[in-house]
Design a protein around this ligand. Structure first.
Ligand SMILES: NC(=O)C1=CN([C@@H]2O[C@H](COP(=O)(O)OP(=O)(O)OC[C@H]3O[C@@H](n4cnc5c(N)ncnc54)[C@H](OP(=O)(O)O)[C@@H]3O)[C@@H](O)[C@H]2O)C=CC1
Ligand SMILES: O=C1OC[C@@H](O)[C@H](O)[C@H]1O
Length: 561
């Protein structure tokens, strides 16, 4: 049993923090930016391992390099930036680049979808050859995430494949494959199994696992064993075993934890089954189909003493915590309104995508549940206790399955600690093209805007801040805008992270540590006290599902089941 020790004081609490050194639970760590944890734990610190790593703390105006146009901010020379399609030039270029990648993804996805087995063989050969390089005795998991690890022939492309392509670009741009290729794994890493050979697996789990020293993909389960084998091969997962059913994987005692990337409507059942089989669970968002199911998951997690985490990866990025700190600091007055939006362009999901299927708990509120999770996280510090009232919810329903909200627009209030915040959300799985020919670029950068008493704050790209983000605070009185960014550390992580870590990598860091804490003999609550890492509590997950239930009710649509 480890001693309980609060490692990272809550940056949002009013209590004076006591200084304590951070402690790692998950095996051998070699992170360049945490040398202070090494001697005490006898851990290895190797400059050659992460030659390009560096510490990029939260930057303030004063920390910006000479090339940064500080003039604009310092001299009250608050010229409006040049705007194209409602975006600043840089954001526009990024969105345009993402769009190009999406189109390339769609074309490649279509080709691969039609020639799945051929593509799989070809990619496997490339990966096999590359593993004969100088480091071939090491565990190599640096698959190209842009490879389409998806063999559903009926699917031409989907948003998940594009997520993977964008991640592939990020990794290439940050030189990550080299870092991952040289990563030494802990001799006894956490053995993670995956339920479903889903399209999101490469981006959300294989990639971060390949960059984490203390976890491996030990198995993939699919309804078809051949499909699991194919994903293992295409994605170069050297120690993974293929299982022909989800039950088979769950009954393997060697699997210690699972990642569930099944359609939403299967999250509840398989999370419960996994917990009952003694596995810790990282389950894709939304955690379940409704709040009652989320509550049941919380009960079973408590009963079995196993960890459950809803994969709200955005919550783990330092930028999210910096934004929370700015909003909750009180420096800009109370928060009065929060407006959040997220959209995918029409025609980027195939008509038979799981997201458009009521029986699989599809719908924009379910898939783009980020908007509810983010709005609520920032609107209150105690979501579970807050009073939520949905004022308005308007759905645009899917033609094929009218129980599915293709898009949803809501207004709801969050009242806590005597303050009421009015929240507006928009989510769209099929944002219409202008005149049917121009993709709605202006709608594609997800964003969240806070109207505070004395300032407005805008956080661009909150779901994927590792790709590019900024948090701009515009002072009402002076009109001056101050830009903030956090790439590493941030207020909650203190000494962890690398500038190339994705939201998924941060999420995995927290998950593995929590599981390791429990495996060391602590209860889930004790492990939480021990690691003090960012987390999405079950109370938060239940509350977010509760908001979605109320939204469906208000919109006149049935709850998902
Ligand atoms: N965190 C993130 O950034 C993202 C998260 N997601 C989440 O991940 C999950 C999966 O999304 P995505 O990868 O796009 O989905 P896919 O359709 O690609 O994968 C879902 C998998 O579930 C399995 N499955 C089991 N039953 C069914 C069924 N009846 N119909 C279809 N598939 C079934 C299939 O695996 P098999 O055939 O091998 O059994 C299939 O590959 C969703 O919950 C989604 O919300 C998605 C995208 C991004
Ligand atoms: O989780 C997600 O994030 C990215 C979206 O494109 C996708 O539809 C969703 O499932």
């Amino acid at each position: 049993m480890l001693t309980i020790q609060k490692l990272h004081p809550n940056p949002f609490s009013n209590q004076q923090p006591q200084h304590q050194e951070p402690q790692r639970l998950s095996g051998i760590y070699q992170y360049h930016n945490a040398p202070e944890v090494l001697p005490e734990h006898g851990l290895e610190y190797d400059d050659n391992t992460y030659p390009v790593s560096d510490k990029y703390p939260v930057t303030s105006m004063d920390d910006y390099p000479a090339s940064f146009n500080a003039q604009q901010y310092r001299n009250n020379n608050n010229k409006p930036p040049r705007i194209i399609f409602g975006m600043k030039v840089r954001s526009f270029l990024l969105v345009a680049l993402v769009f190009v990648l999406i189109v390339v993804g769609a074309v490649v996805g279509g080709t691969v979808g039609r020639n799945a087995s051929h593509a799989a063989n070809a990619t496997a050969v490339v990966n096999e050859q590359s593993s004969r390089g100088p480091h071939n005795r090491r565990l190599r998991t640096n698959h190209n995430i842009g490879d389409i690890c998806h063999n559903n022939n009926s699917r031409i492309y989907n948003s998940t494949i594009n997520t993977n392509l964008v991640l592939g670009f990020h990794n290439w741009h940050s030189g990550v494959p080299k870092i991952a290729g040289e990563l030494k794994k802990n001799p006894a890493p956490l053995r993670l199994g995956v339920l479903g050979a889903a399209a999101i697996n490469p981006g959300a789990i294989f990639d971060p696992v390949s960059r984490h020293p203390d976890v491996v993909i030990a198995g993939i389960a699919s309804r078809s064993k051949a499909k699991a084998e194919q994903q293992i091969k295409v994605c170069s997962l050297p120690v993974a075993r293929a299982y022909g059913s989800y039950e088979d994987l769950l009954s393997d005692p060697k699997i210690e934890a699972v990642y569930i990337s099944l359609p939403n409507g299967l999250h509840f059942d398989w999370t419960i089954k996994s917990l009952r089989q003694g596995k810790h669970v990282l389950v894709e968002k939304p955690i379940a189909s409704n709040a009652a199911q989320a509550q049941e998951i919380a009960n079973v997690s408590q009963e079995t003493g196993k960890v459950v985490l809803e994969a709200f990866h955005w919550r783990f990025h330092p930028a999210a915590h910096l934004c929370k700190q700015l909003v909750a600091s009180g420096e800009y007055g109370k928060v009065k309104e929060v407006t959040t939006k997220m959209a995918l362009p029409a025609a980027f999901l195939s008509k038979d995508d799981i997201r458009f299927n009521y029986d699989l708990a599809g719908g924009s509120c379910m898939d783009l549940t980020y908007v509810f999770s983010a709005t609520s996280y920032y609107a209150t510090s105690s979501l579970a206790e807050a009073k939520i009232e949905v004022i308005e919810a308007t759905a645009r329903t899917n033609k094929k399955d009218p129980l599915v909200d293709e898009a949803m627009q809501t207004t709801y209030t969050v009242t806590s600690n005597g303050n009421t915040v009015t929240c507006h959300t928009q989510c769209d799985l099929a944002a219409p093209w202008l005149w049917g020919i121009i993709p709605p670029f202006w709608d594609l950068t997800a964003g969240i805007t806070f109207t505070c008493e004395n300032a407005s704050i805008h956080y661009t790209n909150f779901p994927g801040p590792y790709l590019n983000h900024s948090i701009n605070v515009r002072d009402n009185a002076t009109g001056v805008t101050t830009k903030h960014q956090a790439l590493v550390d941030g207020p909650q992580w203190l000494n962890r992270g690398e500038k190339w870590w994705t939201t998924y990598r941060y999420q995995l860091e927290a998950f593995v540590d929590r599981v390791r804490g429990v495996q060391s003999g602590n209860s889930v609550a004790e492990a939480e006290e021990l690691d003090g890492l960012p987390w999405v509590s079950m109370q938060d997950s239940i509350a977010v599902m509760g908001i979605i239930d109320k939204v469906y009710e208000k919109a006149g649509l049935p709850l998902r089941k």
